[in-house]
Design a protein around this ligand. Structure first.
Ligand SMILES: Nc1ncnc2c1ncn2[C@@H]1O[C@H](COP(=O)(O)OP(=O)(O)OP(=O)(O)O)[C@@H](O)[C@H]1O
Ligand SMILES: [Mg+2]
Length: 396
């Protein structure tokens, strides 16, 4: 999985001077599952369209297998796309939808002595049949050949769209929020299916989503974007455990993000208290952002903890309790299996590897306080509030 297949080199996209992609540098390896992740408008689809050849970057270069392909049109790239709206042909059945791309004669160039000649190649009926049936098997739709696509569920239509995109055996499949229209359950099933298809066929997937859980679950590599810029590239574990800045920490999972000061290698100060950590290489007394994940906080006796706070809200989540704790006016989210009732005083303990220190960035101070989160809980709580005298009103 180490051979580089696609490279975007310093790609800029601007519309009337508005920069929507800001010097994107990215390489994608053969057979990699790479996901572009970020909020709406961050430039995911634009990046995908540049790879697919539907857009030409305002500046910068696109390479495929080491060859510059800026001017190569989409149909001449070894790339296919699955869009969020499947765009199936409603008047064709499942079989014909998948076979469609195979019936179009392809132009092939061959070397003959000194000359390069191009010729039209048509697949035989039998070849088309074999390929279509092979693909229907891959996407678990055998037996649906004659079914009208309008008589399929959303998940089945999505599978047809994937079969259609894969039937030409592209080297790369681009998928733009392909599961966006599906309900949660089906989405989870299809995530597993897509991953299996990608592995089985040995194809490179470039996947777009704004769903961080989906990105973590499916990808070899995650590219986190915001405002037209790449914020971080890494494995799901890297992105989760070692976020580069407050944006990434906040966008991926739940995070308490606090102001800190690095007092020495391995010592960070939060709320005027020193915490041992594993981070080093910062300037003496450098102001930093500190990420503490909700599951990395242990609840202990108020007297023996590193910090002492008051529980302001508790919500049962099945596996754990979401517990909001007020420390000196700053609200943290702690996920714990220990039940601590609202109003109780607690102490907390954080292991050195539960603390992650980041440099200050343009995103510092914007994220990571759970005050508004707990206000939402307060409002939910208020909905249960019954004014005096109206309680049990139907009994009187
Ligand atoms: N043809 C265009 N002309 C002007 N601005 C455009 C054009 N296409 C896209 N943009 C702008 O570029 C930015 C990035 O758009 P893009 O579609 O890549 O976002 P996205 O990350 O895919 O978002 P979403 O998750 O909503 O699909 C947006 O601000 C968008 O308004
Ligand atoms: Mg988009």
């Amino acid at each position: 999985m180490s051979k580089e297949l696609i490279r975007l080199s310093d790609c800029v996209m601007s519309y009337d001077g508005d920069v929507v992609l800001d010097h994107i540098n990215l390489y994608i390896n053969d057979r990699e599952f790479l996901t572009l992740l970020g909020p709406s408008g961050c430039g995911k689809t634009t990046t995908l369209r540049i790879i697919g050849g539907f857009l030409s970057p305002t500046a910068g270069d696109v390479f495929f297998d080491g060859v510059r392909i800026n001017d190569v049109p989409p149909h001449k790239r070894a790339v296919n796309t699955v869009f969020q709206k499947y765009a199936l042909f409603p008047h064709l059945n499942v079989y014909e939808n998948v076979a469609f791309g195979l019936r179009i004669p392809r132009t092939e160039t061959v070397e003959q002595g000194e000359k390069t000649i191009s010729r039209k190649v048509k697949l035989s009926r039998q070849e088309i049949h074999n390929r279509v049936m092979e693909m229907l098997e891959v996407v678990n739709l055998k037996g649906f050949e004659r079914r009208s696509v309008s008589a399929l569920s959303g998940g089945q239509q999505q599978r047809v769209a994937i079969a259609r995109a894969l039937v030409n055996h592209p080297k790369v499949l681009l998928l733009d929020e392909p599961l966006g229209a599906l309900d949660m359950r089906l989405r989870k099933d299809m995530q597993g299916e897509l991953k299996r298809i990608q592995r089985e066929m040995g194809i490179t997937f470039v996947y777009v989503t704004h769903d961080q859980e989906e990105a973590l679950a499916m990808s070899d590599t995650v590219v986190v974007m915001d405002q037209g810029k790449i914020q971080q590239i890494g494995t799901p574990e890297d992105i989760y455990n070692e976020p580069k800045n407050a944006f990434v920490a906040d966008f991926i999972g739940e995070s308490n993000i606090l102001d800190g000061v690095m007092r020495a290698d391995g010592v960070v100060e939060i709320f005027n208290r020193r915490f041992p950590c594993l981070d080093k290489g910062f300037a003496p007394d450098e102001p930093v952002d500190v990420v503490i994940r909700p599951e990395d906080v242990d609840i202990v006796d108020p007297g023996s903890g590193q910090l002492r706070g008051t529980v302001t809200a508790v919500t049962f989540k099945g596996v754990h309790y979401d517990t909001i704790v007020d420390f000196y006016g700053f609200k943290w989210l702690i996920q714990t299996t220990d039940f601590c009732p609202t109003g109780s005083d607690i102490g907390i303990q954080i292991d050195p590897d539960g603390i992650h220190v980041m440099r200050k960035s343009q995103y510092s101070g914007l994220f990571g306080d759970y005050s508004s989160y707990s206000e939402e809980y307060d409002e939910i709580g208020d909905a249960d509030y019954v004014p005096d005298g109206e309680e049990d009103g139907h009994e009187a």
